[in-house]
Design a protein around this ligand. Structure first.
Ligand code: 0O2
Length: 265
């Protein structure tokens, strides 16, 4: 690979990032649609900037023709979790796909083996099979899995590293290590109320899905069945909605389901 080819070389990486991001977002949405707690809070992806690729190649003394082979994080996907416990669930989801739509090359556990900087995250290096205009290829990609608080720290530290060109002054480094420990302590404390938070979030998802169904039913009864007593039904819905009782919402939706059955809408 020559430098003048770098832009073209990145095309499949861009596609791989898009596909991987979409897949993990799909898993997250599926959990939510099923009214379940999702271990995936959010997913982002990026292709490393050309300047960063060249900087990393130069720092690691990688010649241009070895960039593709040696820099594994040109395609990067970051999965954020609310709780440390969710990270293992995400790892399991990815391991489950190994040999199917991706191939795991290596796993790096910087949570158990925290980096001296204070960095915590779980990395999975994969090869992602793709059919491109140039034919079949396996695009290397790095999946970083971390909690929101690990991410808060990493993003801040990354900015400082950039500001100081990689040489953060010693006293700032020490403060960053303290911050990393505080962030990890926060993760630990949050873990103690995880069950309760998960329960509330699940209920919220169920409620939101129910409201979607109810509104669709109301829409069909109004526009398709042209029901006359719609005002009463709407008022009943508003009352139940304001009460916020999930069982009453379920019961109301069941009644609407029966009505839509009867009116065949
Ligand atoms: P960017 O801008 O995020 O792409 P090395 O670069 O030698 O540390 P290596 O051997 O490629 O890393 O693999 P490693 O350490 O498993 O993963 C590299 C990526 O992990 C980094 O990419 C960062 O995103 C993240 N990372 C690793 N260590 C740290 C750290 O101490 N602080 C922060 N904030 N992030 C870290 P890049 O290329 O450095 O940066």
């Amino acid at each position: 690979m020559e430098i003048y080819n770098l832009k073209e070389m990145l095309f499949p990486y861009e596609q791989a990032v898009k596909e991987l991001t979409l897949k993990f977002e799909g898993i997250r949405n599926e959990y939510k649609l099923l009214g379940l707690y999702s271990p995936i809070e959010s997913v982002t992806g990026r292709v490393k900037k050309m300047s960063s690729i060249l900087e990393k190649a130069s720092r690691k003394k990688i010649p241009p023709d070895k960039i593709k082979e040696k820099i594994e994080d040109i395609a990067g996907v970051r999965i954020l979790c609310q709780f440390v416990e969710d990270i293992q669930k995400v790892i399991d989801i990815i391991r489950e796909r190994n040999g199917r739509d991706l191939f795991i090359e290596e796993e790096r556990d910087y949570i158990t083996n925290t980096k001296p900087s204070g960095y915590r995250s779980y990395h999975i290096i994969i090869r992602y099979p793709m059919n491109t205009a140039m034919g079949y290829m396996e695009v290397p990609a790095e999946i970083q899995i971390r909690t929101l608080s690990m991410n808060f720290w990493a993003v801040a530290e990354h900015s400082l590293k950039y500001k100081y060109s990689g040489n953060i002054p010693m006293d700032l480094q020490k403060r960053l290590i303290n911050c990393a420990e505080a962030a990890f302590k926060l993760d630990g404390e949050m873990g103690t109320i995880r069950e309760e938070i998960m329960h509330v979030q699940k209920l919220n998802e169920i409620k939101s899905n129910l409201v979607n169904e109810i509104i669709e039913n109301l829409h069909n009864l109004y526009f398709k069945a042209k029901l006359e007593e719609m005002d009463d039904i709407n008022r009943k819905f508003v009352d139940i909605w304001e009460e916020g009782d999930i069982d009453k919402l379920k019961e109301f939706n069941q009644q609407l389901n029966v009505m839509t059955e009867v009116y065949k809408v």
